[in-house]
Design a protein. Sequence first.
Length: 255
Amino acid sequence: MNYILMLLCIHPIAKAEEPIPDTAQEAAPTAAELLSSLDQNLQSDSQEATIRMTINDSRRTRDFSMTVISRGRTHSAIEYQSPKREKGTRMLKVDGQMWLYFPRAERVQKISGHMMRQGMMGSDVSYEDMMTTEDFDEMYDAKILGTEVLDGRKHWKLEAIAKDSSISYPKRMIWIDDEYRIPTKQELYALSGILLKTWTMSDITVIDEKNVPMKMVISDALKKGSSTTIITENLSFNIPLEDQIFSRRWLERGK
């Protein structure tokens, strides 16, 4: 998940929404340019992060911490540090495949089929969400619907339609911060038009000349009262990585 989990994540950050008059002085970007700028800002050759994930549902609140290492969008290695019962659980994504290792059972399980739609650790982030390897502009055709103010900042509002039926969310509504080029709010829809998830990004911090959202909140519209908050506590870009990190050996042994 880049900006993981990024990977790979609501209470909306939008406090007000109102049209902004277009100005003749500035040339408006195209939808393709906006999507391309998202991909450039949200990607790096490699990264390592410490992540805290809080899952809220109608019954309880659960907290997890994990270390996430990734290479581009195709390779990710995640190890849970807490709570104690989950410590040592690891997840590996290599290209289009994903595996889980459970230390108590000393067992590796491949994630495939119907399991892809399940939430990671019961969160609102599915394994399918984490499998995305393509850029926005490769997956969607988009058009600009206009501009709006969200949380006092100018945003471009886009409607993005999937280019083929294999994409998990056939339609997205995306609000892109004009300055940061971060999708601070997204609404994800099914082919039928039903809202499936809302995803917001906030707490933007500049790291290595990238605008990084340190907080993400995801809510599943089909699960009443459910939301997942992901906080990035530490993040480093372009770190040297050994190939063995993305191997079965690391998955089972952690080194």
